[in-house]
Design a protein around this ligand. Structure first.
Ligand SMILES: N[C@@H](CCC(=O)N[C@@H](CS)C(=O)NCC(=O)O)C(=O)O
Length: 200
């Protein structure tokens, strides 16, 4: 059975929990404690030399980075639904996977990590980056229901947790109507699961 090495308060882990649930994939969750540094043990560093979560094990393959795990699960189990195979569709999804790791991580995700987990970052800078990351999502979603295509894809899954958790980084979501409406659409998808701080 697939094994997900997971931390309950991690938005990156939540992306994987969401897709596993939406695809109804049987798996075992291995709960890890970030404060206890479970992710820095020799056993975990052997799985992922970067010492981060999430990590997915499936038979003899081990994958780290939440976006990479989403690609793997979508390709292996989701047909064309969550990640299309054509060049344009795949690139449009990838554009937002990259956005999740750059703009969203360096904005709302790190502002939250500063306030919740004492992460050593410049809060004001992350909050400013967060505002512009959320404004860009809101602009895109003002004219489209979903980020990459005309249906939900792993682009939406990857961008959702840390943008919806932005207020934990003291970044107000109130100005972003289209973004808030998209949160509700995601939270209404079959198989959606919540985590502390998220709706649904
Ligand atoms: N790009 C990676 C980032 C993984 C990451 O930084 N995960 C955090 C938890 S959300 C972590 O393990 N932090 C512990 C550390 O960096 O030592 C992903 O999307 O999975």
């Amino acid at each position: 059975m697939m094994k997900l090495y997971d931390a309950a308060l991690s938005g990156n882990c939540h992306k994987v929990r969401l897709l596993l649930s939406m695809l109804k994939l049987e798996h075992e969750v291995v709960a890890m404690s970030l404060p206890d540094l479970d992710h820095k043990t020799p056993e975990h560093l052997a799985r992922n030399p970067l010492g981060t979560l999430p990590v997915l094990e499936d038979g003899d393959i081990t994958i780290y980075d939440s976006q990479a795990i989403l690609v793997y699960l979508a390709r292996k189990h989701g047909g064309e639904d969550w990640l299309p195979g054509d060049a344009a569709g795949q690139a449009l999804v990838q554009q937002w996977l990259s956005y999740a790791v750059n703009e969203i991580w360096n904005g709302p995700a790190l502002a939250r990590a500063f306030l919740l987990f004492n992460r050593d970052v410049d809060l004001a800078r992350c909050q400013a980056a967060g505002q512009s990351a959320l404004a860009h999502l809101d602009a895109r979603l003002s004219a489209h229901d979903w980020l990459a295509l005309d249906r939900p894809t792993i682009a939406d899954i990857a961008c959702y947790p840390y943008s919806a958790l932005a207020e934990a980084g003291e970044i107000s979501l109130a100005p972003y109507q289209a973004l808030n409406a998209w949160f509700k659409r995601i939270e209404a998808l079959p198989g959606y699961v919540s985590m502390p701080g998220l709706g649904g």
